[in-house]
Design a protein around this ligand. Structure first.
Ligand code: ADP
Ligand code: AMP
Length: 217
């Protein structure tokens, strides 16, 4: 399956993507994680991306699309993938369509995670991510690790993302509404969108997501 996950920052895209990717046996491709890996490896791409990310802006399309394309062309993504955080504007959605078309491929579904603004703000404020693996995500009150500051899965150090500050979150939400939300209509016109409530327990949201994907088959 080829799936796009869309939703405001903090809706739980990464959390759900990890679970869905495991169940559906497809790789989880997060452009945010790819940028953060480049930042920690201090690559040129990482240096460029960091300035945009810290300000809560989108990284320019040219480099983002090239990075996403490169990842989607890896052998493990041949049978499908779950995109998390890409596309993030209509030009990226068009570029993805073109890319898939050249390979004679299509998206199967766009899963839209809906969550109220006050909830996503609380989720982002308490988010803690593992330095070893960005798939290990916790929340200080909702899904706390057994030992404060330590990842339950691998013992790595948990940290707060630089762009999870209150000020940057407001900017990221504005960018979501103005630049990313229009892709929902873009995909609605292709009949691909399944909207689910991203509120409630993590397991419950996963169940809703799998149900919605089944309905779309
Ligand atoms: P996104 O990838 O959409 O930005 P994340 O998956 O990183 O969002 O989730 C944001 C924060 O909210 C994390 O701290 C995560 O542990 C927490 N979270 C995710 N889903 C839920 C949920 N259903 N209920 C409570 N907290 C959640
Ligand atoms: P995320 O991890 O999805 O919350 O993304 C963190 C940040 O990475 C975003 O605020 C953007 O600055 C950048 N980013 C991630 N994906 C994209 C994308 N598809 N296009 C542009 N910027 C992106």
């Amino acid at each position: 399956m080829r799936i796009v996950l869309v939703g405001p920052p903090g809706a739980g895209k990464g959390t759900q993507a990890t679970r869905l990717a495991e169940t559906l046996h497809i790789p989880h491709i997060s452009t945010g994680d790819l940028f953060r890996a480049n930042i920690s490896q201090q690559t040129e791409l990482g240096k460029l991306a960091k300035s945009y990310m810290d300000a809560g802006n989108l990284v320019p399309d040219e480099v983002t699309i090239a990075m996403a394309k490169d990842r989607m062309e890896q052998p493990d993504a041949e049978g499908g993938f779950l995109l998390d955080g890409f596309p993030r504007n209509v030009s990226q959605a068009e570029a993805l369509d073109e890319l898939l078309e050249t390979e004679d491929m299509k998206l199967d579904a766009v899963l839209d995670l809906e969550a109220p603004e006050d909830e996503v703000v609380k989720r982002i404020a308490g988010r803690r991510v593992c330095r070893n693996d960005s798939a290990h995500v916790f929340h200080v009150t909702y899904t706390p690790p057994k030992k404060e500051g330590v990842c339950d899965v691998c013992g790595g150090e948990l940290y707060q993302r630089d762009d999870d500050s209150e000020e940057t979150v407001r900017k990221r939400l504005e960018v979501y509404h103005t630049q990313t939300e229009p892709i929902i209509d873009y995909y609605k016109s292709q009949g691909l969108v399944a909207t689910i409530a991203a509120t409630g327990p993590v397991d419950e949201v996963t169940r809703r997501a799998l149900e919605a994907l089944k309905r779309d088959q």
